[in-house]
Design a protein around this ligand. Sequence first.
Ligand SMILES: CC(C)(COP(=O)(O)OP(=O)(O)OC[C@H]1O[C@@H](n2cnc3c(N)ncnc32)[C@H](O)[C@@H]1OP(=O)(O)O)[C@@H](O)C(=O)NCCC(=O)NCCS
Length: 176
Amino acid sequence: MDPVTIETDRLLLRAFTSADTDAVHEACQDEDIQFYTPVPVPYRRTDAEKLIGETLPTQWAEDKDCTLGAFRKDTGALVGSYCLTLLSRGVWELGYWAVKEQRGQGFSVEAARALCDWGWTALDVHRIEWWAMVGNTGSRAVAEKLGFTVEGTLRNRSVANDGKPHDWWVGGLLRV
Ligand SMILES: CC(C)(COP(=O)(O)OP(=O)(O)OC[C@H]1O[C@@H](n2cnc3c(N)ncnc32)[C@H](O)[C@@H]1OP(=O)(O)O)[C@@H](O)C(=O)NCCC(=O)NCCS
């Protein structure tokens, strides 16, 4: 499918373009994004170029991943990246990161809620799943504000960028 555009009170969600490369590259230097999300480490400008120019457009076209950048309507600044990624039939994973300077203003809840609302109407989805490393209280706070039920903790579920296995929380949001 083609990328969509979604408007909320304060944000415009749209596909990234090459003009966003520097902003994405800069945002992904943040140590929390590098620790808690699967971005390449170190994160080079070429990683942002490939993501925006190749990976995301291909995944949209193949109906495998719907990633949108969120931008402030008032300043145009990048707020973060919000995605729904196909895991299995009818199950999509919600993922997100926010630009460090834009955190703490409710933007991630606003953007992720809008993306999920769109997903329920546009995708074949009966469950949206959320995963976060245990201790990522910010991610969990966002998920819980969105209505996710934290369903459990998986021990040593995967190795993080520190090379060590970590426990993960998993949560779900069901179609009502
Ligand atoms: C997790 C993240 C996306 C939150 O972004 P944000 O834009 O600050 O989130 P919001 O402003 O929408 O916050 C929503 C709620 O979560 C709370 N929250 C945000 N960060 C928090 C933290 N570190 N600890 C506890 N609560 C937190 C906020 O207080 C807010 O609740 P409130 O409205 O009651 O005050 C951001 O911290 C981030 O990008 N982290 C690094 C990448 C990451 O971990 N991604 C998720 C991987 S699973």
